[in-house]
Design a protein around this ligand. Structure first.
Ligand code: SAH
Length: 220
C-alpha cells in the first residue's frame, strides 16, 4: 500500500520529535514533510528505517539525508509558493519531492544516471509534474531556467561553485555545505542587491562529496 496508516503515524512522529522539537517551524516545510512518503524513497530492505533520525544508504554509495537536515536546508531557503528552485544532488529524489510540494518549479541535477532514473520513476508514480531531473555535473548549475529564487546543494563542496552564485536571483538564497571531504559547514548565502553574497553559517554537517568541475575529483 502506498499510504498506509502506519507510515502516516511514523511521519507525524518524525515531524514532532525530529523537526518541531529541534526548532523547525516553517509551516510549508512541516506540511510537505508530513505528506511526502519518505519510505518510498529508500531501498526496500530499509523501509522500516525510513522515518528514523538518520541518513540511510541508497545506491551508488550515496545517501538520503537525515530528515532534520532536509528540513533545516529547505527552511533556510525561506521559500514562497511561486518560487523556482534548483537542487544539486537528486539522490533518492526525496528532498526534491519535499521542495515540489512547497514551490511552483523544481529543477534537480544528479551525476549518476541510475539514481536520476529511479528518482524520475518515483516522481511519476507520485504524480509530481512540476519537477525536472537532469543528469549532469551540477557544479555548473542549470543555465536554461536561471535565475533561481533558491539553490540547495545536497553534497559537500570544497568551495562555492561560481556558476551557482551566478544563477541565483537577487534576494535569493543558496544553501551549501562547504568544507573538507568529510566535514563541512552548512552555509546560507543571500544575494544582495549589489550582487554580493551575505554569508551565514548554520550547522556542522557531514555530506557525501560534491564531485565535478567545481567540486572534488571522483574517487569512483
Ligand atoms: N537530496 C538527496 C540526497 C543526495 S546525496 C536525497 O534527498 O536523497 C548527494 C547526491 O549528490 C548523490 O546522489 C551524488 O551522486 C550527487 N552528486 C555529487 N556530486 C554531484 C554533482 N556535481 N552534480 C550532481 N549531483 C552530484
Amino acid at each position: 500500500m502506498l499510504f498506509s496508516v502506519d507510515e502516516n503515524k511514523k511521519r507525524k512522529r518524525m515531524i514532532r520529535e525530529q523537526l518541531e522539537r529541534r526548532g523547525i517551524e516553517q509551516q510549508a516545510v512541516l506540511e510537505s514533510m508530513r505528506e511526502v512518503p519518505r519510505h518510498l524513497f529508500v531501498p526496500d530492505k530499509l523501509k522500516n528505517k525510513a522515518y528514523h533520525d538518520c541518513p540511510l544508504p541508497i545506491k551508488k554509495g550515496q545517501t538520503i539525508s537525515q530528515p532534520y537536515i532536509v528540513a533545516l536546508m529547505i527552511e533556510a531557503l525561506k521559500l514562497e509558493e511561486n518560487d523556482r528552485v534548483l537542487e544539486i544532488g537528486t539522490g533518492s529524489g526525496y528532498a526534491a519531492a519535499v521542495l515540489a510540494q512547497i514551490v511552483e518549479e523544481v529543477y534537480t541535477i544528479e551525476r549518476h544516471q541510475s539514481l536520476a532514473e529511479l528518482a524520475r520513476e518515483r516522481f511519476e508514480i507520485l504524480g509530481y509534474d512540476n519537477l525536472q531531473v537532469k543528469v549532469s555535473d551540477g557544479t555548473e548549475g542549470w543555465q536554461e531556467f536561471a535565475p533561481y529564487d533558491g539553490i540547495v546543494v545536497a553534497a559537500g563542496a570544497p568551495v562555492l561553485p561560481e556558476p551557482l552564485a551566478e544563477q541565483l536571483e537577487i534576494g535569493g538564497k543558496l544553501v551549501i555545505p562547504v568544507g573538507d571531504r568529510d566535514l563541512q559547514e552548512l552555509l546560507v548565502l543571500t544575494k544582495e542587491s549589489d550582487g554580493e553574497l551575505n554569508k551565514e553559517r548554520i550547522a556542522r554537517v557531514r555530506f557525501v562529496p560534491l564531485i565535478g568541475e567545481e567540486g572534488w575529483v571522483a574517487e569512483d
